[in-house]
Design a protein. Structure first.
Length: 260
């Protein structure tokens, strides 16, 4: 399935209000896709990864970033753009903010999915309907009902459940790296950085899946839609409301008048 065709299907069944995205990690020496915007070159600023993702899903730009484009130290370490030294691994970054002590902070850093130093030179993210590359991963932001529909679509053929874990921190790792490494769909809880810098809304979640499973996901959305599991949720409205007593009295008076 072409990325543009997938985009059309996702818009049909989900109606999300920002662009579904394709993400690709690029090895050293491999060329960048055409017509990408690089933050330090085209915007004149360094950004957090969540900012680049937000620009892509809100502006419709295809963004490419490397270590020199990033302002977030956690992202630089996690994506292998800078060394994960003793200071980083000690848990100091989370201590007093997310964690009660450095030991707990170190466990926060340890659970994040990571690229090895130098494993990838760039990450590119852009709207599915416009990108000029074959993505590794598809990313969709939506409300909980829209994410539920993606879960339904992903499980239609396989059944069971989707396993995701959450630390409330470093969702760029979950979005780009975790799904690529596991090959499995992921439910993403936006972290504080995504909310502050990427401006993820309080009612938003995210979902990723491998692009190679696009056909399966679309079939699952189609079939579950046909089965009655849809978005917008088809709420039950075929009932008779009960009104205040004064309203009921007016109805009683009309009924009495009609009997005369």
């Amino acid at each position: 399935m072409e990325a543009s065709a997938l985009n059309q299907q996702l818009e049909t069944y989900l109606r999300v209000h920002t662009f579904p995205l394709g993400i690709k990690s690029i090895k050293p020496g491999d060329p960048l896709p055409e017509k990408v915007k690089i933050p330090s070159r085209n915007l004149g600023v360094k950004v957090a990864i969540c900012q680049a993702v937000s620009i892509a899903r809100r502006y419709g730009w295809t963004m490419a970033f490397s270590g020199g484009d990033l302002s977030c130290p956690i992202a630089k370490a996690v994506f292998g753009f800078e060394p994960r030294n003793e200071y980083y691994e000690s848990g100091t970054l989370a201590d007093g903010m997310y964690a009660s002590c450095k030991e707990a902070g170190a466990r926060f850093e340890n659970v994040l999915s990571k690229y090895e130093p130098g494993e990838y030179a760039w990450v590119v993210v852009g709207p599915l309907g416009r990108i000029r590359f074959v993505p590794d991963t598809v990313l969709v932001y939506g409300n909980s009902a829209q994410v539920q529909r993606l879960v339904n679509g992903a499980l239609y053929k396989r059944g069971g459940s989707i396993v995701s874990d959450f630390s409330g921190r470093g969702d760029c790792s979950d979005i780009v790296i975790k799904g690529k490494k596991t090959g499995e769909p992921q439910v993403i809880l936006p972290c504080s950085g995504d909310r502050i810098f990427g401006m993820a809304a309080d009612d938003e979640m995210a979902f990723t899946f491998p692009f190679e499973r696009a056909g399966e996901i679309v079939e699952g959305l189609e079939k579950t839609h046909a089965g009655g599991i849809r978005y917008p949720i088809p709420i039950f409205l075929r009932y008779q409301a009960e009104f205040p007593k004064s309203y009921q009295e007016l109805e009683r008076i009309w009924d009495e008048e009609k009997k005369r």
